[in-house]
Design a protein around this ligand. Structure first.
Ligand code: ADP
Ligand code: MG
Length: 239
């Protein structure tokens, strides 16, 4: 479903051009749970913006469901985001003084569905994200950090996206709450078959995924999937 081919990104808004991504290549299948890991400044968010159709690469190609997203206009990118992608950010971006249910319904406001249907989908997403029903009518500023992040996950699910992208989703949470949120992603992947890309600089967070892609200074330096293949290959040689 995802193919990143020779992707490069050069920022030209600073005093000198800055190469944030260099010749990045990987594929991700439907139903995978992948972590993209690297130190601060390695290009993780830049890569996520490209994967999430928030930005386009300066070189290379990005295919999402066989469509080349890398050269689309801003309007076409917005359509891709609305139809195919759910975002979960570190800063939760919920509307304050607005109920949980309304926050989750928000991405559907441009979808051509009745209010009743929007409510139904929002409730289903909240259940899938693991928020207890008693909180659905609470205001978002009355919730704990972990509950807020579950609402953010529910909001990312409500448009039934092909891909869920999470950028440091546990960055503002204590370890225990972070574990619960990561468990929610695992459940969404295992029980609901969602494709998840989780961006993090922490090893303990990345380990919740089934595959880890490491980037450093804008380059892909290791992919646990290809590593696994090499190990299998070696074993064959040994026999
Ligand atoms: N919009 C931008 N304009 C110029 N430089 C940027 C921009 N966004 C990120 N960068 C630079 O690109 C590098 C990678 O940034 P980023 O993708 O945010 O890394 P990470 O998410 O891994 O911390 C950093 O050196 C950062 O300063
Ligand atoms: Mg970042």
């Amino acid at each position: 479903m995802i193919e990143v081919k020779n992707v490069g990104k050069i920022y030209t808004n600073g005093p000198a051009p800055f190469e944030a991504l260099k010749d990045v290549n990987f594929k991700i299948d439907n139903g995978e749970f992948v972590a993209i890991m690297g130190p601060s400044g390695s290009g993780k968010s830049t890569l996520m913006h490209i994967l999430g159709a928030l930005d386009t690469p300066t070189s290379g190609e990005y295919f999402l469901d066989n469509k080349d997203v890398s050269k689309l206009s801003d309007d076409e990118l917005a359509d891709i985001r609305r139809d195919k992608i759910g975002f979960v950010f570190q800063s939760f971006n919920l509307l304050p003084r607005t109920t949980v249910l309304r926050n989750v319904m928000l991405p559907l406001v441009y979808a051509d569905v009745s209010k009743h249907e929007r409510e139904k989908r929002a409730e289903e997403s909240l259940i899938a994200a693991g928020l207890e029903e008693e909180h659905f009518s609470h205001l978002s500023n009355q919730l704990s950090g972990g509950q807020i992040q579950r609402v953010a996950i529910a909001r990312a699910l409500v448009n039934n996206p092909t891909l869920i992208l999470a950028d440091e989703p546990t960055g503002n949470l204590d370890t225990k709450t972070g574990e619960i949120v990561l468990g929610t992603f695992q459940k969404l992947n295992r029980d609901f078959g969602r494709t998840i890309i989780l961006i993090t600089h922490e090893h303990e967070v990345a380990e919740h995924a089934d595959r880890i892609i490491f980037i450093r200074d804008g380059r892909l330096v290791e992919d646990s999937k290809s590593h696994q293949k090499r190990v299998i290959h070696h074993t064959k040689h040994d026999h």
